[in-house]
Ligand binder design. Structure first.
Ligand SMILES: [Ca+2]
Ligand SMILES: [Ca+2]
Ligand SMILES: [Ca+2]
Length: 167
């Protein structure tokens, strides 16, 4: 076991609340389990891989109810020195301006729940901004951000009835 992997295991054993339907360390809300990585910073692509290591994916926010829960979770865990942004699953890297949830492959269309901060997505800069993050200083409204930015991130997976997550 590498030192790196050992650190993950220690993290898993020490963070969060254990719930019947969730992997160790994840917090349950409705049918999902969440794990906020507040002590790890990663680019959006790296964050996606971290979540996969934990048999989960970057969070997909599909309702106001889910957004509200996540806002509460991030606010509780926020402390000074953390990055302003928290990666979630959305991207428009494939076609500029067409936002999709990578995990489901579903377009974030006008009928779907969205909570962009006014003026976002604004695709700033030459490379554009192709990855979705929640901004602490904007009460966790959505923003498009450069995917290379080192942010915290939020993983999500489905809750199960028996507590054994099959991923
Ligand atoms: Ca979700
Ligand atoms: Ca973009
Ligand atoms: Ca932006």
């Amino acid at each position: 076991m590498s030192a790196c992997w050992a650190n993950f295991v220690v993290l898993l054993l020490t963070v969060g609340t254990v719930n019947a339907g969730c992997p160790n360390g994840f917090i349950q809300h409705d049918d999902s389990c969440y794990l906020f990585f507040h002590s790890t910073r990663a680019s959006w692509a790296e964050a996606m891989m971290y979540c996969q290591v934990f048999k989960s994916h970057l969070a997909v926010i599909e309702s106001e109810r889910e957004q509200n829960f996540i806002e509460g979770l991030l606010l509780r865990e926020y402390h000074r020195g953390l990055p302003d942004g928290c990666w979630i699953d959305g991207t428009d890297a494939l076609v500029e301006g067409e936002w999709v949830w990578t995990t489901t492959g579903k377009a974030i269309s006008t009928e779907d729940y969205q909570k962009w901060f006014p003026g976002e997505p604004n695709s700033l800069g030459r490379s554009g901004e192709d990855c979705l993050d929640l901004l602490h200083h904007e009460k966790y409204s959505w923003n498009d951000e450069r995917c290379e930015v080192m942010n915290n991130f939020l993983c999500e997976t489905s809750a199960t009835d028996d507590g054994i997550n099959v991923g």
